[in-house]
Design a protein around this ligand. Structure first.
Ligand code: SF4
Length: 349
């Protein structure tokens, strides 16, 4: 009986892995560079589109490899600021989200790393239907490549801040970072990539040892364990003192400024004692706080701070010598916040 070949996903392979495969098939090394460029520079998603690869090689590639591609299920453009929200459909029909924002200095894309999320943060729509599965590196890359082709632009900055906890999908995320950074391919500087985590201590420590200078962003939201636990169940497992120790270690190893994401909830985390504790936690390291006025989601409405409340909080931080930015809301007319659009579509089905 003829043995069936398990095809490898070619767009999941790092350059050296692809080179091994291609030379193993008996072809010269330069072919791997050509194929890698087709996938990661020209962003093709079929072997047929590799127009200067000979027919016999394409036939072999079709036998041993496949593409893990994703399709644009829908795209919504904000009339207010041009932000584009994509819903992508994966091979198994799951839907994920990604958002492209246009800034003066170029395009920034927020990508998803998992379908759903286990972490259960109360203010986040992505976790409401639980965790479904991890995304592969190829599925993360595809979000960038399909958005670039659709909008005819090149993404400059990438934030791993869509649905999913990136450090809960560690291996695939690291693979993605190596692939997107490869100079023979997309060539995105790691310094232009921000990885957001809710604070998985052992993985932050592991990331610090990878020697990949990505910007680490901690979803902090409260500097007190007792309060943080009310909105982030994961903080029952990881205590803030340990998280901040790992953040310090990351900072001293990479010398990269760290960001704290801080969803501002009136009366909950905007008090003077919060600012004083933030001062303790930012001592001796370069930290920037992103203040995000809470975005109400259907399932969770709480104390929304006024513009004045937000400005006051930022002034309190400034008075303590803490740098902060108030995050401008992008794409508010297209539910651009994490998980909102996918969920509103699912609820309306
Ligand atoms: S905020 Fe991030 S970590 Fe928390 S539930 Fe949402 S996707 Fe998961």
């Amino acid at each position: 009986m003829k043995k069936e070949i398990t095809k490898k996903e070619i767009n999941n392979l790092k350059f050296d892995e692809l080179e091994n495969e291609i030379t193993h098939l008996g072809y010269e090394k330069y072919r791997s560079k050509q194929i890698f460029e087709f996938i990661h520079k020209q962003k093709v998603d079929t072997f047929e589109a590799m127009n200067n690869i000979p027919k016999d090689i394409k036939e072999q590639l079709n036998i041993y490899f496949t593409f893990n591609t994703i399709k644009i299920y829908d795209a919504y453009k904000s009339k207010k600021d041009g932000t584009v929200k994509f819903l992508f459909q994966l091979d198994d029909k799951n839907i994920i989200e990604s958002v492209v924002m246009k800034y003066k200095y170029g395009y920034t894309q927020c990508i998803s790393t998992q379908v759903g999320c286990k972490m259960g943060c109360k203010f986040c729509a992505s976790t409401k239907d639980g965790f479904i599965r991890n995304l592969s590196a190829a599925e993360m890359l595809e979000q960038v490549y399909r958005a670039e082709n659709y909008l005819n632009m090149k993404v400059k900055n990438i934030v791993l801040m869509g649905s999913g906890e990136p450090l809960d999908n560690y291996e695939n995320v690291i693979n993605f970072l190596h692939l997107i950074n490869d100079q023979r391919g997309h060539n995105t500087s790691l310094r232009n990539i921000t990885l957001s985590t809710c604070g998985i201590v052992e993985k932050i420590n592991e990331l610090a040892d990878e020697n990949l200078p990505v910007t680490l962003s901690l979803s902090l939201h409260s500097p007190f364990d007792s309060r943080r636990q009310l909105i982030m169940p994961i903080s029952k497992k990881y205590k803030l003192d340990d998280i901040i120790d790992s953040i310090r270690r990351y900072y001293f190893k990479t010398k990269r400024r760290v960001t704290f994401e801080y969803t501002l909830i009136k009366g909950f985390n905007d008090r003077i004692e919060d600012v004083e504790m933030l001062k303790e936690y930012t001592k001796g390291i370069d930290v920037h706080i992103n203040i995000i006025p809470i975005n109400p989601i259907k399932e969770y409405k709480t104390n929304i701070p006024s513009n004045e409340d937000v400005i006051n909080f930022s002034k309190m931080l400034k008075n303590k010598g803490i740098k902060s930015t108030i995050r401008r809301e992008m794409g508010s007319d297209i539910s651009a916040s994490c998980g909102q659009l996918k969920r509103s579509i699912a609820l309306n089905k």
